[in-house]
Design a protein around this ligand. Structure first.
Ligand code: ADP
Length: 295
């Protein structure tokens, strides 16, 4: 299995504060991965480390087995759309396609022009006068025209309305499905990620809380309802992620690894429920804070 992006005990700090700490995961090539976490979790920091804009203070990050910060040869293979799609607003889309082409060796300008024409983006209007959704599409077209093997997108849809978000994500999915590009897409909008991602990295408070293939993560967790739980081991449960209690009853979101003790009623969970359980710091503190990375 080819690994597109790999972090090993990766860390970055600003002054004495760690923005990202002890971050380890592997992202297999060809996956569409969601990078999810609240504001300040460390998502942009991780993306900037992956694209070589930042140098790690601890551990390593590797893109197709090369470290991006001191290995510019890997950069043509990485497309990056930064937060708020910071384009030069006085330039038109057609000018941006021409200028960006001069800076990139694997450039396919025809692909960018075709894509923008299909989306009905006016080529001769300064991008500052386009809508937020259109600007996001210009930034995506420029990133895709590099024909990247790994595409990193930092909150690309955060400022778009729901319809523009859906259109953007659909067009992204269409393009990367054809090319087999690996994608890592940060967002705090769980619904969007659930629709498009087959892999997930959950960050909270500068640490990785959960990582793995979406179907395995959903299949590996259950909600259990049963007698009040005071921390004793439950047959079939690997770890309790979050627990809430009412009277003599407890509701647990748990990682399961076998047939659960029949004293508990077992319910399936959605991806959103799993993510929220890991983002709920109180819940994670109450039980298991450290998680193995599923293979
Ligand atoms: P996210 O993208 O998940 O919102 P960031 O990676 O931007 O999170 O930030 C992670 C932490 O690092 C936050 O506490 C943020 O305030 C801090 N941070 C990010 N960039 C800087 C910087 N240039 N200087 C100081 N602190 C920073």
């Amino acid at each position: 299995m080819e690994i597109a992006l790999e972090a090993e005990q990766l860390g970055k700090r600003y002054g004495r504060r760690w923005a990202l700490q002890d971050c380890s995961f592997q992202l297999p090539a060809g996956r569409i991965a969601g990078l999810v976490g609240p504001n300040g979790a460390g998502k942009s920091t991780l993306l900037h480390l992956a694209v070589g804009l930042l140098r790690p203070d601890a551990g390593t990050v590797r893109v197709f087995d090369r470290t991006p910060y001191d290995n510019p040869a890997v950069l043509p293979e990485v497309g990056f759309v930064a937060q708020d799609t910071p384009l030069y607003r006085d330039f038109t889309a057609a000018e941006l396609v021409r200028i960006t082409g001069r800076m990139n060796s694997r450039w396919d300008g025809a692909l960018a022009r075709e894509r923008l024409a299909q989306l009905g983006i006016p080529p001769k209007l300064p991008v500052g006068r386009l809508s937020g959704g259109q600007r996001a599409q210009v930034a995506l077209a420029l990133a895709l025209a590099k024909r990247p093997r790994l595409l990193l997108l930092d909150e690309p849809v955060a400022s778009l309305d729901p319809l523009a978000r859906r259109e953007f994500l659909q067009s992204l999915m269409g393009s990367v499905a054809e090319s087999g590009t690996t994608v890592l897409l940060s967002s705090h909008l769980l619904g969007d990620l659930e629709r498009v991602c087959d892999h997930l990295i959950v960050l909270n408070a500068s640490r990785v809380r959960l990582v793995g293939a979406v179907d395995e993560l959903v299949a590996g967790h259950r909600q259990l309802v049963g007698p009040r739980h005071t921390g004793e081991p439950i047959t079939g449960v690997g770890a309790v992620v979050r627990a809430s209690h009412t009277g003599r009853q407890s509701t647990l979101l748990a990682r399961v690894d076998g047939v659960v003790d029949p004293e508990w009623t077992v319910h399936d969970v959605t991806l959103e429920e799993v993510i929220l359980a890991y983002l709920d710091e109180g819940g994670t503190r109450a039980s298991h804070t450290e998680w193995e990375v599923p293979a």
